[in-house]
Design a protein. Sequence first.
Length: 202
Amino acid sequence: MVYEVSSNTKIKIGVVASDGQSISFGSEYATDGASGNYYEPHAVAIGDNRVAILLQAQGNAPRWTVGQPGLIIGDVTSDNVWNYRNGASIDNNACDGQWRDIDYDSTNDVIGAVWRRNISGDTDGYFTGIRVASGTGAALTIGTPTEIQTGSHSLTRVAYNATAGVWVSSWKYSSNNKYYICLLYTSPSPRDRTRSRMPSSA
């Protein structure tokens, strides 16, 4: 369970009882293993014990530049213990405080993320693919952000359709209150300009 308390994003790991009738939660952990501030978390499982969380960095000691979207990677050990592994920005521009989403393509081992930029002259929607290396280092290989729509919008979502092998994104335009859907190719591809991010320090 990932949640926000006064701009501090926290996580608790729950263990479901064998009869499926109850759940017990362990201790509360900071998602980044320290005390950084983040906003509006979106989490997805990317393995049996590994989780990726998409967030926006906030004012107090985050692991990447304030205002930018980024990923935090962590592992669940001993049933209900959270271990921070890595964190990095996925776009060198500020993003909107709310409209972003994340999903996982387990076939190609790719995380897909969408978000809306929030800079002068650019409030468009973007998509990128991210791969996470195995092991405790969890180095990130981040695809180049690709613009998928233009203009002010909200309710941005993304999902991977395993049957069709495509990413699907949807959003609502502010100008006409209509919903739109876009089919996306899997990313990163060999043609992407990628960058690797090694674990960041506190």
